[in-house]
Each structure stands twice: as structure tokens, then as C-alpha cells.
Design a protein around this ligand. Structure first.
Ligand code: NAP
Length: 318
């Protein structure tokens, strides 16, 4: 009998082809309900999950003793209880590296759109309210030549910095560890978080979501930012206190924000929905045809490796 694999969402065919030797059940396009997940996972040797499913000890116990691997189709794995997996001898894997450039594109897209008021302008035009070109109309902030502060200077943070170099931007960064190689390559300057927030014209967040980074940017941190500054978040929603951000944007304490992620997805703070200076994307950081193929294939290959007794390509634990 082939091993049973539960794929929690519809994923690109490229990933499913890798899993052909197994008995694969795919749930649906929408995220499964909790009870549905607990039921469907029974007897699975491998689970291919996405960031929308909470995979904790209860899910692992529901799968049973045969569970060997949880392959998360995301680089972030805050939705998986890694300690619970390790206790049960379950390997957890993620998909680092294959989505860096695609996600960095979205961060830069949000940075430009928020700085140059693209969302507001498009809404004006589509509503038939654009009456003329105006010398003082829709004036934004220049991006070129400005200071970009990157918080979390890992794979994606550095990919964003490379784009910024093309815009003649100066790179500042904050990270829990210094990155001498990247500092040299990108001519980047290390600052502590408060100094970075006070200095940067643009702040882009690229840390994982952990206990330390939850609400890393709150009321106090937003108050340190320049009134002309733009905040970009493509990391995870809870890294920013969304209510505090909505308040800062409403009171124009900062110029704008470009967001791809939210504290309680798919819900978005109601105030943000009404603000012209918030550019809001529906968690599309890695959403390109090519990258989703690569993510699905890597997650599936990790499952194949573990079930064949080999080292997975990108383990999180073990
Ligand atoms: P990465 O290469 O691991 O980079 C993360 C960086 O954050 C590392 O340099 C890490 O420092 C640093 N860091 C961790 N905790 C920190 C803290 N408390 N304070 C300061 N810096 C800290 O990860 P990545 O591949 O760039 O991905 C980053 C995150 O982006 C993912 O975890 C995921 O949540 C998010 N993401 C979102 C999307 C989307 O669709 N919007 C797509 C992809 C990824 P060390 O080097 O010292 O560990």
C-alpha cells in the first residue's frame, strides 16, 4: 500500500506530479475547516500544508503514529508547531530560497505604489473623478536616492536591497545578527531598530514571525518614524500592530503603508480599508506562476525524501 499524503489545499500540478507514487488526497481551493483537517489527516504519512493551516500537536496526533513529515509550502512556518513535531519525531520542512525574488518584487511594488499614491490615483480615475492633470495633484514621495531601512536582512530582505540599489537608494538594515558579507556587497549600514526607524525614508519588514518579532512595530516604533516615511510589510501580519498602524496612517504620522499581510487574514482592520494612504495587497508575495510551481515541487520533493529515508532538501527541525 502506498503511503497516504494529505495535501491541504489545491496546489500546482507540478507538485502533484512529484507525489504520483503515493496515495494523495487533495482537500480544496479554500482553506479547510479545523474539523475537516483533523478528519482528513487520519492515517497520513505526510502532510503538504500551506500558511493558512495551523498544524499543531492535535493535527499530528490525529494523523497517527505513521506521520513522518509536514512539508509547509511557504518559507515562513509560524503556522506549524515545530516543537510538537520534534517531540513526535516528525520532520518539518519549508520552501526557502525559491521565492526570494518574487516576494522582493512585491515588496518593491508596494513601496513604489505607496510612495507614489498609485492606489489612490487609480481609485480616483476608475470612479470618474479624475477631471484634469494638476500641478499639485497626487504628489507623492520620491523613491530614488532615498534611504531604505530593511528590518530582517535575510534572503528576501537582501533581494529587496538589490532592487533598491538600482534606484540609487542608500541601504540601512537591522537584523538580530550582523551580516558582514551582505553589508559589503550592498554597501549596507547596520543600525539598531530605533535608529533605523528614525533615519529611514522607507522601512521594509522581512523578519519571520516569532515571539520576538510579534508587534515588533507598534505605536512607539511608528512614532519614531519620519512623517514622510513609508512602511512596507510583506513578512507576516502580526509583526505590525495593525490597529496602531491604522491610527498612525489616519493621523498622517507617517506618509503611507504598503501591506501584503495582516494580523487576522483574510480580515483587515476596517480603518485600513477606508484609508487612501494604505496600499493593500491580498498576501500575493510569492504568487507568480513560476514561483508557486517551484514551491509546490520543493515541498513535494521534501515529502518524497523523508518517506524514502533520505535527508529532505530544506528541513526546519532535525
Ligand atoms: P530569512 O532568510 O530567514 O531572513 C529572515 C531574517 O530575519 C534573518 O536574517 C534573521 O536573522 C532575521 N531575524 C529573525 N528574527 C529577528 C529579530 N527578532 N530581529 C531582527 N531580525 C530578525 O527568511 P526569508 O526567506 O527572507 O523570509 C522572511 C519572511 O518573509 C518569512 O519568514 C515569511 O514569514 C515572510 N514571507 C512572506 C511572503 C509573502 O507572501 N508575503 C513570502 C515569502 C516570505 P538571522 O540571520 O540572525 O537568523
Amino acid at each position: 500500500m502506498p503511503d497516504k499524503i494529505l495535501v491541504t489545499r489545491e496546489i500546482p500540478d507540478a507538485g502533484l506530479r512529484v507525489l504520483e507514487p503515493f496515495d494523495v488526497s487533495v482537500l480544496h481551493e479554500r482553506p479547510p475547516e479545523r474539523e475537516e483537517l483533523l478528519d482528513a489527516v487520519r492515517g497520513a504519512s505526510g502532510v503538504l500544508s500551506t500558511a493558512t493551516e495551523k498544524v499543531d500537536g492535535e493535527v499530528m496526533d490525529a494523523a497517527g503514529e505513521g506521520l513522518q513529515v509536514v512539508a509547509n509550502m511557504a518559507v515562513g512556518y509560524d503556522n506549524v508547531d515545530v516543537a510538537a513535531a520534534s517531540e513526535r519525531g516528525v520532520v518539518v520542512t519549508n520552501t526557502p530560497g525559491v521565492l526570494d525574488e518574487t516576494t522582493a518584487d512585491v515588496a518593491f511594488m508596494l513601496l513604489l505604489a505607496a510612495a507614489r499614491r498609485l492606489g489612490e490615483g487609480e481609485r480616483l480615475l476608475r470612479a470618474g473623478r479624475w477631471e484634469w492633470w494638476g500641478p499639485k495633484q497626487l504628489l507623492g514621495q520620491d523613491v530614488w536616492g532615498k534611504k531604505l531601512g530593511i528590518v530582517g536582512f535575510g534572503r528576501i530582505g537582501q533581494s529587496v536591497a538589490r532592487r533598491a540599489k538600482g534606484f540609487g537608494m542608500e541601504i540601512l538594515y537591522h537584523n538580530r545578527s550582523r551580516k558582514p558579507g551582505a553589508e559589503k556587497e550592498l554597501d549596507a549600514r547596520y543600525l539598531d531598530l530605533d535608529d533605523l526607524l528614525e533615519t529611514a525614508d522607507f522601512v521594509s519588514l522581512h523578519t519571520p514571525l516569532t515571539d520576538e518579532t510579534s508587534h515588533l512595530i507598534g505605536e512607539r516604533e511608528l512614532a519614531l518614524m519620519r512623517p514622510t516615511a513609508v512602511l512596507v510589510n510583506t513578512s507576516r501580519g502580526p509583526v505590525v500592530d495593525e490597529a496602531a498602524l491604522a491610527d498612525a496612517l489616519e493621523k498622517e504620522r507617517i506618509f503611507a503603508a504598503g501591506l501584503d499581510v495582516y494580523e487576522d487574514e483574510p480580515d483587515v482592520h476596517p480603518k485600513l480599508l477606508d484609508l487612501e494612504n494604505a496600499v493593500l495587497a491580498p498576501h500575493i508575495g510569492s504568487a507568480s506562476v513560476e514561483t508557486r510551481d517551484r514551491m509546490a515541487v520543493l515541498a513535494a520533493e521534501n515529502i518524497v525524501a523523508v518517506l524514502s529515508g533520505e535527508e529532505p532538501k530544506t528541513p526546519v527541525n532535525g
